[in-house]
Design a protein around this ligand. Structure first.
Ligand code: ADP
Length: 402
């Protein structure tokens, strides 16, 4: 099941986009609505809130007096924490119950205004942000909801801003202009990314990749490769729990300033390969199915006996919109260590970066497939290995502690 998180500032057009996603086949879960439903008259939730805060938060006809409850918790962190401790588990259970009967390839659209504020982005396979500039949003809310400029300003000030939202946005839906333009964008997104991602996820298969390698410049703006990688690492840590000992961005996209294929290389460190195999189903459910085959890195001189291999597990993205190579290696082992060392050497040595870039450009121009390109880079790394070792010794390089 594919979980989409849909968010945006007040008045941006989240409900409008949610309706289009529902038309495309998405199952809507409105987080605010669920949070209200679990405190309806006669519910276990309402009884628990009354037990915590007393009967003063009820109206005369025994319904929840929302303004009274809001006054009770406003500015009182402890009271808010106690309220959340009652409501959040009920919201999660109710959400699960509503999803129980959906098929494996369903797309669930979670309409959650405060994804950024509450750090919830890692709970979803994809986060969609609906954006429109503050003046447009203010005009819409005054026109359609009768809010005053002051009320709107206060709400906006309490929410995250668009730069913060852009950092978690796997997709940004621009709703500044004609509503039809946003609707078209959403429909196209559904066809090209959401529907195929959901199908891949249900089938446990990776998304196809272009046959030929192509180098691109690092993306500018809030969605740098580093920001995108960190967002995915958060999802992987959450999915893998205690089995994930380390989670790092590695490879060319982790080196600022280097041209690279638009593929994020990520590395998870695990206790041993048995743990890697136990982790595999959780990674697949999070959107990163294991790729069949015997995967290993070629050992470097001095780090292993000749003829030995550094076995690993390899996973890749089911999402056709974001290519990821996910290497699962034994934390502290030589392959795990080597990946981090190469990254740090390239990050710290401008000459090494320039030399590597030249090699990449030459190989892209002369090799055919992505596989040939990847293989052709190996001899260069063998050649510079003494340099890398010397750098590590000189600087006292040590990997992060697993
Ligand atoms: P949100 O759920 O993000 O707070 P809504 O979807 O309710 O925002 O949109 C706010 C208001 O603006 C609604 O009345 C909606 O009909 C209107 N609206 C949404 N998108 C557009 C658009 N592109 N142009 C004009 N009005 C819009």
């Amino acid at each position: 099941m594919l979980h989409l998180g849909l968010t945006g500032g007040i008045g941006a057009g989240k409900s409008t986009v949610a309706a289009t996603l529902a038309e495309c086949g998405g199952h809507l879960i409105d987080a605010d609505q669920v949070a209200r439903d679990v405190l309806d008259p006669g519910t276990e939730g309402l009884a628990a809130v009354v037990a915590e805060f007393g009967p003063d938060i009820l109206t005369k006809d025994s319904r929840l007096d929302r303004p009274a409850l809001a006054r009770r918790v406003f500015g009182d962190e402890d009271a808010l924490r106690r309220l959340n401790a009652v409501v959040h588990p009920l919201v999660r259970a109710e959400t699960r119950a509503r999803l129980a009967d959906l098929p494996d390839d369903a797309v669930v659209v979670h309409d959650v205004p405060l994804i950024v504020e509450n750090h919830l982005a890692a709970e979803y396979h994809l986060v969609l942000v609906v954006g429109a500039d503050a003046t447009t949003r203010t005009q819409r809310l005054q026109r359609d909801r009768g809010m005053t400029a002051e009320q709107i300003e206060a709400r906006m000030a309490a929410q995250a801003d668009d730069t913060q939202r852009a950092q978690v946005a796997d997709e940004w839906i621009d709703n500044d202009g004609d509503p039809d333009a946003a609707t078209d964008q959403v429909r196209q997104l559904w066809r090209e990314r959401i529907a195929p991602y959901a199908a891949n996820l249900a089938a446990g298969r990776r998304a196809p990749r272009p046959e030929r390698p192509e180098l691109t410049s690092p993306p500018q703006g809030p969605r740098s490769w580093a920001v995108q990688a960190e967002a995915i690492l958060d999802r992987l840590r959450r999915a893998g729990g205690d089995l994930v000992l380390t989670a790092d961005h590695i490879g060319s996209t982790s080196v600022p300033g280097l041209l690279a294929k638009d593929v994020l290389d990520l590395q998870l460190g695990v206790a041993d390969l048995t743990a890697a195999d136990r982790l595999a189903p959780a990674l697949a459910a999070a959107g990163f199915p294991q790729v069949e085959g015997h995967w290993y890195d070629s050992p470097k001189a001095g780090l292993a006996e000749p003829g030995t291999r550094w076995d690993k597990r390899f996973h890749a993205n089911a999402d056709p919109g974001r290519a990821v190579n996910l290497h699962v290696r034994v934390a502290g082992g030589p392959g795990w260590r080597y990946a981090l060392l190469c990254r740090d050497w390239l990050r710290n040595d401008a000459g090494a970066r320039a030399a590597y870039q030249q090699v990449k450009e030459h190989l892209v121009a002369t090799t055919g497939s992505t596989r040939d390109y990847a293989a052709a880079k190996e001899p260069w790394f063998d050649q510079v290995w003494p340099q890398i070792q010397a750098w590590a010794e000189r600087t006292g390089w040590a990997p992060p502690q697993p």
